[in-house]
Design a protein around this ligand. Structure first.
Ligand code: FRU
Length: 517
């Protein structure tokens, strides 16, 4: 495509055509970001699961590459599909896959076997079994060889969970420097458990521990990630963050899939969540994103801990196959930079758009401010469809303050993003955002908690693209991501203050350029 079709994301990754879901195998190697992803080479719906591939040197401009791991048996009928996984650069050649001096990249993924079979390794798998397998690349991630002599390297779930062989998936691997071992996290999806493993060579894996169930347990647990972050930039105070997806069972007010996290400690064997990160029996889990469209978040290997970067699939299993985009289905959320900060004595996960976004913003910004913004609306005109918006304000006597985005000239279509002072909540209202007809749950309002800062200031940063809004509240302690499908002429915006006035309003609208020209 020319990346100008209706709803085509202009600064988010989407494939030229066909279906995508989870990002996988995110690895930064030799100055290049590699993003693999769940991909159907043969259609716009889920199927023939393969690893698609895109590369970037700046996390904003992506070049789609040939399929990296093509479903075995495709296009007739797949006998092995390549589900979600992860990848590392094996710089010490622990795997023995190196030839001459070439550093092997090693990917670990879930082999999903639709049919029972005996594999080239001699191992037998059952119908619908899920096992963990590896592949390696000796040309910096461009082409891959599956390790047929040994695959799958983790054949079955560990005792006593052998019965879970149909729901055992999504290996996330990383190098753990303190123990000088590879660590792997896999999901026992149905029973809301994660299993942690260790290895010296990426081929032989020992069980170290298990984690869960904790907090939100709706549906299945999938797509785990585990990584360290410094607290308040103090590298002598590292904590570990466990991220995982739930489907269904996302945040309150959403239907379908969502992402939660835990903050805790990890010694190379056991991940122990902090007490303040565990909420037994209640609904207020740690939601990584409070919107409906942030799933399967995965972090890059090969970057410094201080450069922890994650990408999520900006979609929801509830309606992913029905969204009106064509000839593709699915896009990735903007890459996020993660950190931990102590706010009100609590260790808090902070997410910000990756700073490279600034490099594709134009200099011509619209900046305005109001000491007192009286009750009512103020039109901003036709501001466009690809923006990075910064909005801050202080409570006066209004009930709500916010901005209407992606509105048609007659205001019939509009997406409302704002703050409710009484509830201390961000909201995104997409009930009239454009095409909402494809799923009965889509036309909804979403909420995310946000406390004003110690000066009473509410800060919203809003990334707007042709078919999405991503809200980062405060310093990034709350995010809310939602897809929208407005008409092409939905370029208008206005600010609103409802039920009274709002103080010290500062607005900046920065245009973001298309990365596909
Ligand atoms: C999550 C998921 C993973 C699985 C993949 C299959 O979105 O269900 O658990 O590996 O998608 O495409």
């Amino acid at each position: 495509g020319n990346y100008k079709e209706p709803y085509r994301p202009q600064f988010h990754f989407s494939p030229a055509k066909n279906w995508i879901n989870d990002p996988a195998g995110l690895v930064h190697h030799n100055g290049m970001y590699h993003m693999y992803f769940q991909y159907n080479p043969g259609g716009i719906e889920w199927g023939n699961m393969s690893w698609g591939h895109a590369t970037s040197d700046d996390l904003t401009h992506w070049e789609e590459q040939p399929v990296a791991l093509l479903a075995r048996g495709y296009p007739e009928s797949a006998s092995e599909m390549f589900f979600t996984g992860s990848a590392v650069a094996d710089v010490h050649n622990t795997s023995g896959f190196a030839v001459e001096d070439k550093t092997p990249l090693v990917a670990i993924y879930t082999s999903s076997y639709p049919i029972a079979q005996t594999l080239p390794s001699g191992k037998k798998v059952r119908e619908e079994q899920q096992s963990q397998s590896i592949a390696y690349s000796l040309d910096d991630g461009m082409t891959w060889t599956t390790y047929d002599a040994g695959n799958p390297v983790i054949h079955n779930p560990p005792a006593p969970y052998e019965k879970q062989y149909k729901n055992f998936r999504d290996p996330f691997v990383f190098w753990h420097d303190q123990t000088r071992k590879w660590i792997l996290v896999t999901a026992l999806a149905e029973i809301h458990k994660l299993v942690l493993w260790s290895s010296d060579n990426l081929k032989d894996w020992q069980v170290e521990s298990e984690f869960g169930p904790f907090n939100a347990v709706g549906g299945v647990w999938e797509c785990p990630n585990l990584f360290p972050l410094a607290v308040d930039d103090d590298e002598s105070n590292m904590k570990w963050v466990m991220v995982l997806g739930l489907n269904p069972g996302g945040p309150p007010g959403t239907v379908g899939s969502g992402t939660q996290f835990f903050i805790g400690s990890f010694d190379g064997k056991i991940f122990i969540p902090d007490d303040e990160s565990v909420h037994p029996g209640n609904q207020t889990s740690n939601w990584m994103d409070w919107g409906p469209d942030y799933y399967a978040a995965a972090s890059f290997n090969g970057l410094e801990d201080s450069d922890r970067t994650v990408i999520g699939w900006m979609n929801n299993w509830q309606y992913a196959t029905k969204i009106p985009a064509n000839p593709w289905h699915g896009a990735m959320a903007a890459p996020r930079h993660l950190s931990l900060k102590t706010i009100d004595e609590k260790t808090t996960l902070i997410q910000q758009p990756h700073e490279n976004l600034r490099a594709i913003e134009s200099n011509g910004s619209m900046l305005s401010s109001w000491k007192t913004f009286s009750e009512g609306e103020k039109g901003l005109g036709s501001v466009g469809k690809t923006m990075d918006i910064e909005l801050e304000f202080i409570s006066s006597d209004a009930k709500e303050f916010g901005i209407v985005l992606q509105a048609t000239p007659d205001w019939k279509q509009q997406t409302r993003v704002g703050y409710n002072f009484a509830n201390k909540e961000i909201f995104v209202d997409r009930t009239e955002s454009g095409d909402t007809s494809f799923d009965k749950t889509f036309a909804s309002v979403y909420h995310a908690p946000l406390t004003p800062n110690s000066q009473g200031v509410v800060r919203l940063r809003i990334l707007v693209d042709w078919s999405s809004v991503e809200v980062f509240g405060g310093e990034g302690e709350t995010t809310l991501t939602a897809q929208i499908f407005p008409s092409r002429n939905a370029t208008f915006a206005q600010l609103f203050s409802i039920g009274g006035s709002t103080k010290n309003v500062e607005l900046g609208i920065h245009k973001v350029s298309s990365v596909w020209n």
